[in-house]
Design a binder for this molecule. Structure first.
Ligand SMILES: NC(=O)c1ccc[n+]([C@@H]2O[C@H](COP(=O)([O-])OP(=O)(O)OC[C@H]3O[C@@H](n4cnc5c(N)ncnc54)[C@H](O)[C@@H]3O)[C@@H](O)[C@H]2O)c1
Ligand SMILES: [Zn+2]
Ligand SMILES: [Zn+2]
Length: 389
């Protein structure tokens, strides 16, 4: 079958790879209809998560048709149109019982790398390096889905492929940020990053009853989309005084919940950005964190900062003093898709959660390099490139 593979830093290429096979009784094989790029892929492509091997199949956010089921699968049959959680979880272990699916003890079949880096291994992920299990990704004609009864969800008839596609990862991630960030009716929520994840976090915060949601980025086309589809207010950090505006819009207190939806390749203007970049390139820190620092700095006393952006290791100038003295709660997680996808699909069916606009570009796997280049460069109004194998 054809698949889009990692070939080196910022290089991808279509290759012929073996068809996936059922390996365990809980597996299904899915014929992919749509598979979408994610900001997380950029960290792999850029070489910031150095556990990819040449020829690894990329992609973790996808939807397709079940074409083969393992002997132990109960909830799916051949022909089901399913959307699949990007994070792989067993549904049985201590963490899964607590609905903390991305922390699953059995989802990552190669836990040694992350155990060594972080003290314990989170669950596995499709197409996300050997540190996350070395699972083949979804930018392919077919993909093997482990624990399919837990991680694959049948899409209701009325919901289009491109709407349901985003339940796989971006919408579930955004929802988790607002939910576990503790957004309550009447809150003011600030979101750093207007990519698909930030836009979905902003929309989730609105749906959870936030009084105002303020999204911050420097790309006006992404901010305009967030205003239109999430109902959020927007700020451009290259033009606006972020601290002043956030105080002004919160009666002088600061946002109740701050959501970081940027991750380890954050951009920062001026000398701070240059400093972070040099330290990252010299491997003196793994991550660039300007928006995380800003979120902690601008959050109101006693508020919550939720980290959705992906980070790898150790960072410099982490504002521990602000965190401690302002009594902040700082949390983060890989997304617990299995916990949110059924609810998201219901909201999609009711028209409350609309996602099609995120799919700004549709192309074949053969155009993979161009698809990733425009996504990485935020060129041509790109928010997400969707591959249709
Ligand atoms: N926690 C999870 O389970 C999970 C799931 C999916 C994605 N992610 C992560 O979420 C992050 C965002 O993903 P995405 O797909 O939306 O990425 P994206 O690259 O499309 O968007 C990131 C946005 O952040 C903006 N940005 C950069 N520096 C900024 C700054 N200083 N202040 C404000 N905005 C800034 C960029 O302009 C861009 O619009 C990535 O780190 C990704 O790895 C996490
Ligand atoms: Zn993702
Ligand atoms: Zn588990």
């Amino acid at each position: 079958m054809k698949a889009l593979c990692w070939e080196g830093v910022n290089k991808v290429a279509p290759r012929d790879v073996p068809d996936p096979q059922i390996r365990n009784s809980g597996d299904v094989i899915v014929r992919v209809r749509q598979s979408v790029t994610c900001g997380s892929d950029l960290h792999l492509l850029g070489g910031y998560i150095p556990f990819m091997r040449q020829g690894d199949v990329l992609g973790h956010e996808f939807l397709g048709d079940v074409v083969e089921v393992g002997a132990g699968v109960r909830r799916h049959a051949v022909g089901d149109r399913v959307v699949v959680s990007s994070f792989i979880a067993c549904g049985q272990c201590w963490y899964c019982q607590r609905q903390e699916f991305s922390l699953c003890d059995n989802g990552n079949t190669n836990p040694a790398i992350t155990e060594q880096m972080w003290g314990a291994a989170p669950g596995g992920c499709f197409g996300y390096s050997h540190a996350m299990g070395g699972n083949a990704g979804s930018h392919a004609e077919y993909v093997r889905v482990p624990f399919a009864d837990v991680g694959a969800f049948t899409v209701p008839d009325g919901v289009s492929d491109t709407r349901a596609l985003f339940a796989s990862d971006s919408a579930a991630t955004g929802w988790m940020g607002a939910d576990l960030g503790g957004v309550r009716p009447g809150d003011v929520v600030a979101v750093w990053g207007a990519g698909a994840v930030g836009q979905m976090a902003a929309r989730a915060a609105m749906l959870l009853g936030a009084e105002r949601v303020i999204c911050i980025d420097r790309y006006d086309y992404r901010l305009a989309m967030t205003a239109r589809h999430a109902g959020a207010e927007t700020l451009n950090y290259e033009r606006d005084d972020i601290g002043g505006e956030l105080l002004e819009r919160t009666g002088g207190r600061g946002p109740d919940v701050c959501i970081e939806a940027v991750g380890m390749e954050a951009h920062a203007p001026g000398p701070q950005g240059a400093y972070d970049m040099v330290k990252q390139q010299l491997r003196l820190q793994t991550d660039r964190t300007a928006p995380l620092r800003a979120a902690i700095y601008h959050c109101r006393k006693g508020g919550t900062v939720f980290v959705l952006g992906v980070f790898a290791g150790a960072v410099d100038k982490f504002p521990l003093g602000a965190l401690m003295n302002k009594g902040l709660t700082v949390r983060g997680a890989q997304m617990h898709g299995q916990r949110y996808i059924p609810m998201l699909l219901e909201r999609m069916a009711r028209g409350e959660l609309v996602t099609e606009h995120l799919a700004t570009h549709m192309m074949s796997l053969d155009d993979g390099q161009r698809g990733y280049d425009i996504f990485k460069d935020k060129a041509d109004g790109c928010v997400r490139t969707v591959f249709t194998p």
